[in-house]
Design a protein around this ligand. Structure first.
Ligand SMILES: NC(=O)C1=CN([C@@H]2O[C@H](COP(=O)(O)OP(=O)(O)OC[C@H]3O[C@@H](n4cnc5c(N)ncnc54)[C@H](OP(=O)(O)O)[C@@H]3O)[C@@H](O)[C@H]2O)C=CC1
Ligand SMILES: O=C(O)CCC(=O)C(=O)O
Ligand SMILES: [Mg+2]
Length: 735
């Protein structure tokens, strides 16, 4: 495959549906300027297919596009538009495999409890696909996320609805105060390049190597920590009791997708704690059935339903649930609780949505209620705790007047916790875990007990330096408040500060930055934006993720509208669309009533940046003209209120693409930098404008009936195109 100028990723769910309509427009317009836009498949189904060629027919096989892109992003020529993709939990992975099998792909089943070597090998392959398996591979750079000025101005002029906060809200954030990842953390910076072995030493002295030969370049910050299983279990039981006492909803907020080893285990502890009497009484039966609480209550219920003792255990579960506090629900109509699936409640989106709603979650009765938000590890819980307290004290944030919090995030080369999966272990037996360097030195050591979750994370020097420089550059451009969200009292942050302070001093800009722990930084940022002023949050990888949903969801209503640029360290560009996810609810709505409420503003912003970047690196003035016209089209969508409506019958995603094409063509026809392009787009603009009534009536007529896209994870391209491109008049112009 020859390399196109721009790679547009093929993903899953709502953004992939949007691409079926939008990508043909992009390709058609880009071709006029000689710019090629190709695709690479990073969807969950595509990654599964690429992983098991030996099980598939020649015609079914697919290239490993993720591996290809992983190499591409390390080259200066990379220009990738990355849409959000599914980071699969086990239930999602299993569902995708089932769907592919039903389509005739002879894939092996996902082995939940692998016994034979063959099953273990299959499981290991599936585990590479699980969780956040794409983003860390592509993110060979640090992160610059903010609302484009036009988008922020629009949000202020057209503020979204915010739930009201009451001064006597009982909503609260609860976190551990000892024996969690934060309090057990140790950190050191390596003076020389080194290789480390991670080993477990049992009480009888038996040494088991957990991971051999992890290599680190000189200057790497290496952390190690663990969460005590006993402390976690006790904390969860306390919280369940405290929730009942307070009369609030019980909820747990984790990132089981990106923290794909540690957080499903923590989630499993929550399932076991909530149903403790059942897990105590039926321990042997549940183990014999292969029940895996880490996959959630949904899986537990379906496994027991298929067993002879199913009715008895179900009755026991019902009795326990009736006695527990009401649970925060994912879907109260369908009885889907917080504990059903580990990927249904994802902290970066779930906590901001609750804060936007005035501190309310949905209860089993379908009513909104105050909620106990349990976030077991205390490393970052203070951000949400402070946000909740700030809203209780001051009321909801006003999107009409609030300033903005931008983010500069340390992300490159699997920085910090988000790169820790290969070095995270559920400890098999009491003893010690130690990291031993190749020179024999013990770098870190912890006494652990069976079941504890131990992990090591690392952060390399070059990404840290690049991140500080990006912060300096962004602050100079914006000339506003800038804060490093780092906590002197946390082991890892203290090591980072040994880099940050000298770099700021050397650049002579130390006075432009504050350094505050996450709680204090949250308080300051809320106060700043409440005054209508702006702030740049310079953060590590986890807070990059959390804050680029938290502030956009409060300021703009959604993080889908964010500009998200990854300046790749080797010179290329990765342009992420929005900062949110793939919105499974939107697919459901399309399938039921052929309305797609997905907003492509994130794609529009990314496309403009990608084209302007192409113009710079390939010295292609036509691409610059195209890119500037994209900005004009995006502005047009906002000015004329052409974003999708939420309800069937209102204009949807497809209408917004038509108007985007119209404004894009008009801007290209009107510009004078490139007369050739102006001449070729004038008739396109005219045709799009002349056909407005026909196209919008075609698009409106398509809505209201169920839509068939031939699958969920692996849709049928022809059926999807038919659904997403229902206007013959528009298709005739786009081709
Ligand atoms: N970069 C990436 O690749 C990311 C991928 N994900 C993946 O996405 C999936 C869902 O994650 P989740 O945490 O629920 O987050 P989502 O952002 O998908 O969903 C939260 C809500 O945000 C709103 N929303 C999100 N995007 C848009 C958009 N473009 N237009 C309009 N509204 C939007 C929707 O609200 P409403 O329902 O009110 O319309 C949606 O239900 C998971 O599989 C996760 O792994 C998550 C984050 C980032
Ligand atoms: O990779 C993922 O699973 C999610 C990424 C994410 O939430 C983010 O980058 O904001
Ligand atoms: Mg996120």
């Amino acid at each position: 495959m020859d390399n196109p100028d721009i790679v547009y990723t093929k993903v899953d769910e709502a953004p992939e549906l949007a691409s079926a309509s939008f990508l043909p427009i992009i390709q058609r317009f880009a071709a006029e300027a000689g710019v090629t836009v190709g695709t690479r498949d990073i969807s969950l189904a595509g990654r599964i297919i690429a992983t098991f060629p030996e099980h598939l027919t020649e015609a079914q096989r697919q290239s490993d596009d993720l591996a290809f892109l992983g190499e591409l992003v390390k080259t200066p020529g990379a220009n990738v538009i990355k849409l959000p993709n599914v980071s699969a939990s086990v239930p999602q992975l299993v569902a995708a495999v089932k769907e592919l099998q039903a389509q005739g792909y002879a894939l092996p089943d996902y082995p939940e409890s692998p016994a034979s070597d063959a099953e273990k090998a299959i499981r290991a392959k599936y585990d590479t696909i699980k969780g956040s398996a794409v983003n860390p591979v592509l993110r060979e750079g640090n992160s610059d996320r903010r609302a484009a000025v036009a988008v922020k101005n629009y949000a202020q002029a057209n503020p979204h609805r915010m739930g009201a906060w009451s001064a006597d809200s009982k909503t609260t954030v609860s976190t551990m105060d000892a024996n969690d990842f934060r309090s057990n953390e140790k950190s050191a910076t390596l003076a020389q390049a080194a290789t480390a072995r991670i080993e477990h030493v049992a009480l009888d002295g038996t040494v088991t190597v957990l991971k051999d030969a992890v290599s680190y370049p000189a200057g790497t910050v290496v952390d190690a920590t663990f969460m005590s299983a006993k402390a976690l279990g006790a904390f969860l039981l306390d919280q369940i009791a405290a929730t009942k006492e307070a009369g609030t909803l019980f909820s747990i907020h984790l990132k089981a997708t990106m923290m794909k080893v540690s957080d499903p285990i923590i989630f499993g502890h929550a399932v076991k704690a909530f149903l403790k009497p059942v897990f105590d009484t039926y321990a042997d039966d549940l183990a014999a059935m292969g029940v895996n609480p880490n996959s959630g209550l949904g899986g537990v219920l379906s496994t027991i339903a298929a067993s002879p003792k199913g009715a008895e255990i179900q009755a026991a579960i019902d009795a326990v649930m009736a006695d527990q506090p009401p649970m925060y629900m994912v879907n109260s109509d369908k009885g889907i609780t917080n504990l059903h699936v580990p990927s249904d409640v994802i902290i970066d989106a779930s906590m901001p949505a609750l804060i936007r709603a005035g501190g309310k979650g949905w209860g089993p009765d379908g009513q909104e209620a105050d909620t106990n938000c349990v976030i077991p590890d205390s490393s970052y819980a203070a951000v949400y705790d402070e946000a909740v307290k700030n809203c209780i004290a001051n009321g909801a944030l006003d999107p009409a007047t609030a300033g903005t919090v931008q983010n500069v995030g340390l992300m490159a080369q699997k920085a910090e916790e988000y790169g820790s999966h290969p070095t995270t272990f559920e400890i098999p037996a009491d003893g010690t875990v130690r990291m031993v360097l190749d020179n024999g030195d013990i770098l870190h050591e912890h006494e652990v007990e069976a079941g504890d979750i131990w992990r090591s994370a690392s952060t390399r020097q070059a990404p840290i330096e690049d991140w500080v420089q990006l912060a300096i550059d962004r602050q100079a451009l914006e000339n506003c408040q800038a804060v490093f969200w780092l906590d002197e009292d946390r082991a890892h942050d203290a090591e980072l500060l040994k880099y940050v302070r000298p770099l700021l001093d050397k650049a002579g800009v130390a006075d432009k930055f504050q350094i505050l722990a996450p709680r204090e930084a949250t308080a300051l940022s809320f106060d700043t934006i409440r005054k209508g002023e702006n702030s740049i949050a310079v953060t590590g990888n986890v807070l990059r993720d959390y804050l680029t949903d938290l502030f956009p969801i409060l300021e703009l209503g959604t993080s889908a509208k964010m500009l998200s640029i990854v300046k790749l360290m080797q010179g290329g560009g990765l342009f992420e669309t929005g900062a949110g996810g793939s919105a499974p609810k939107h697919v459901q709505q399309l399938v039921e009533e052929n309305h797609l409420r997905w907003d492509s503003l994130g794609e529009f912003c990314a496309l403009g940046e990608s084209l302007k970047f192409l113009a710079q690196v390939k010295n292609n003035p036509k691409a610059m003209v195209l890119g500037r016209a994209v900005d004009a089209a995006t502005q047009g969508i906002l000015d004329h209120d052409k974003s999708p409506g939420r309800k069937v019958g209102q204009p949807d995603n497809r209408d917004s693409h038509y108007y985007f094409a119209l404004y894009w063509a008009q801007a290209l026809a009107a510009q004078t930098d490139d007369v050739e392009l102006a001449a070729s787009f004038a008739p396109i603009a005219q045709a799009l404008s002349d056909a407005e009534a026909q196209i919008t009536s075609d698009l409106a007529a398509a809505q209201g009936q169920p839509a068939d896209i031939g699958g969920y994870y692996h849709t049928d391209p022809a059926k999807t195109a038919a659904v997403m491109r229902p206007s013959a008049a528009l298709n005739a112009i786009i081709g």
